[in-house]
Design a protein around this ligand. Structure first.
Ligand SMILES: [Zn+2]
Length: 79
C-alpha cells in the first residue's frame, strides 16, 4: 500500500512536470494571423488632458470626441 502511494506521488509529479513543459509554449512568430497585427502601425493620438501619446485603440473616448489616456483623465476632462 505504501509503494502504491509512492508510485501515485511520483506519477503526479511527472504529470505536473510534463504539463508545465507543454504550458507556456508560444505560437511560432511566423504565424500569418498574428504577424500583420503586431507589425501594423497603430494610429497614435494625444491625451486631451496630459498630452501623452498612445495608440488609438487604447485611448478612452469622451462623449464629445475627446481622447484620453486613462479613466482618471477622461473624468478630469480636457486641459
Ligand atoms: Zn492623460
Amino acid at each position: 500500500m505504501k509503494l502504491l502511494l509512492l508510485l501515485l506521488v511520483v506519477g503526479i509529479a511527472f504529470w505536473m512536470i510534463g504539463a508545465r513543459r507543454r504550458g507556456p509554449r508560444v505560437p511560432p512568430p511566423s504565424s500569418p494571423s498574428q504577424a500583420p497585427a503586431a507589425t501594423a502601425p497603430a494610429t497614435m493620438v494625444a491625451c486631451a488632458h496630459c498630452g501623452v501619446h498612445l495608440p488609438q485603440p487604447d485611448a478612452l473616448v469622451d462623449g464629445d470626441g475627446g481622447l484620453y489616456c486613462s479613466e482618471a483623465h477622461r473624468r478630469a476632462g480636457p486641459r
